[in-house]
Ligand binder design. Structure first.
Ligand code: R5P
Length: 292
C-alpha cells in the first residue's frame, strides 16, 4: 500500500515491522532517548510522505511513558498525514467508570488526549472494557485475538477440553473461544474487593472432573485472578489446565506463581512482547487496516 506508512512505536517495534510487511507499507523508524528524569525524546528517522500514517504502540509498563510517547508520536505525525493509532494493549481501560466516589475515570482523559493530538481512528485489540473505548469520540474498532489464540490452544492436544472464563464479564470471550474449539464453556463467578483489589471465586456446582481446561482471559496482570481460578478448578478435580490470554502483563513473578499453582502453560498474544507472546496479531491488524 503506497499511501500508508507505519511508524514503529517504541514499545511495539517487532509488531509494527510485521504489520508494515503485511501491508507492503513503508516503515518509519524512530529514535528514542530517555533522559535521566524519565522524559522521552523521540525523533522520526525519515519523513512521512504518505496520506495516512499508522502508529503501532502498546501501552504496557511503563504505562505512562508509553502513553505519553504514543501521544507525542501522534502529534508529530499529524503534521504530515492522517493518523491511525493502533494500540494493541490499551492501558487504563479498567478505569472506565467511577466505581468508588471520587475516582477519576482516566480512560476518559486518555480518549480526549488522543482526539486532541489529531488521532482520527483508534484500533485496539481485546480492550478490557468497551465503555473505555466508547469514550473516544472518533472512529474506533476493537479486534479480537481469540481466533489466533485458539490455533495455539489446539496444538496442546487437550482431552475433552472445556473453556473457562475466570469471571462473568468474560463470558462472551469464552463462548467465542469454545465455538472455535468446537466445545463448551463455563464462567466462574469472580468477585473483586474494590478497596483491597483481592479476588475470590464464589463456590458453585460445576462439573469439570477429569476435563482438560483452557482458562481464557483478556489480560493477566498480577496473576491473582488466574491463580484463584486454578486453585478452585483443581479442587473440583479437573484435568490439565492451560491459560490463553491476549495481554500478558505478568507483573513481577506472576508467571512463576501461575505455573506453581498448577497451570501447565501460558499462551498470550504479541500485543505485549514477552516470553509467552507467541500468538501473532499482525495479520488481524493488517486486515483491519486494509479493509477500512
Ligand atoms: C479483570 O476483570 C480482567 O479481565 C483480568 O482478569 C484481571 O485484570 C487480571 O488481573 P490480575 O492478573 O491482577 O488478577
Amino acid at each position: 500500500m503506497k499511501n500508508i506508512s507505519v511508524i514503529s512505536g517504541i514499545s511495539s517495534q517487532d509488531l509494527a515491522k510485521k504489520v508494515a510487511r503485511k501491508l507492503g507499507a513503508k516503515l518509519v523508524s524512530v529514535d528514542h532517548k530517555m533522559f535521566p528524569d524519565g522524559e522521552s525524546k523521540i525523533t522520526f528517522k525519515s519523513d512521512i510522505r504518505s496520506k495516512t500514517c499508522v502508529i503501532v504502540q502498546s501501552t504496557h509498563p511503563p504505562v505512562d511513558s508509553h502513553m505519553m510517547q504514543a501521544l507525542a508520536m501522534a502529534h508529530k505525525a499529524r503534521e504530515a498525514a492522517d493518523v491511525i493509532m493502533v494500540i494493541p494493549y490499551l492501558g487504563y481501560a479498567r478505569q472506565d467508570k467511577e466505581f468508588l466516589k471520587g475516582e477519576i475515570v482516566t480512560s476518559k482523559v486518555i480518549a480526549k488526549l488522543f482526539k486532541s493530538v489529531g488521532v482520527s481512528r483508534l484500533i485496539v485489540v481485546d480492550i478490557h472494557s468497551k465503555t473505555a473505548l466508547a469514550h473516544f469520540k472518533g472512529k474506533k474498532v476493537n479486534i479480537s485475538a481469540v481466533p489466533v489464540l485458539v490455533k495455539y490452544a489446539r496444538r496442546e492436544r487437550l482431552k475433552d477440553p472445556l473453556v473457562v472464563s475466570p469471571d462473568l464479564g468474560g463470558t462472551d470471550r469464552a463462548k467465542k473461544f469454545a465455538e472455535l474449539m468446537k466445545t463448551d464453556y463455563i464462567s466462574l463467578n469472580k468477585k473483586r474487593d474494590r478497596k483491597t483489589g483481592r479476588v475470590n471465586i464464589e463456590d458453585s456446582e460445576l462439573d469439570v472432573k477429569k476435563r482438560d481446561l483452557v482458562i481464557v482471559d483478556d489480560m493477566i496482570s498480577s496473576g491473582g485472578s488466574i491463580i484463584k481460578a486454578t486453585e478452585f478448578l483443581k479442587r473440583k478435580k479437573c484435568g490439565r489446565i492451560i491459560v490463553c490470554c491476549t495481554h500478558a502483563l505478568l507483573i513481577g513473578e506472576a508467571e512463576k506463581k501461575i505455573l506453581r499453582s498448577g497451570v501447565e502453560k501460558v499462551i498470550s498474544a504479541n500485543t505485549i512482547p514477552g516470553k509467552t507472546s507467541v500468538a501473532d496479531v499482525s495479520g488481524i491488524i493488517a486486515d483491519e487496516l486494509s479493509n477500512a
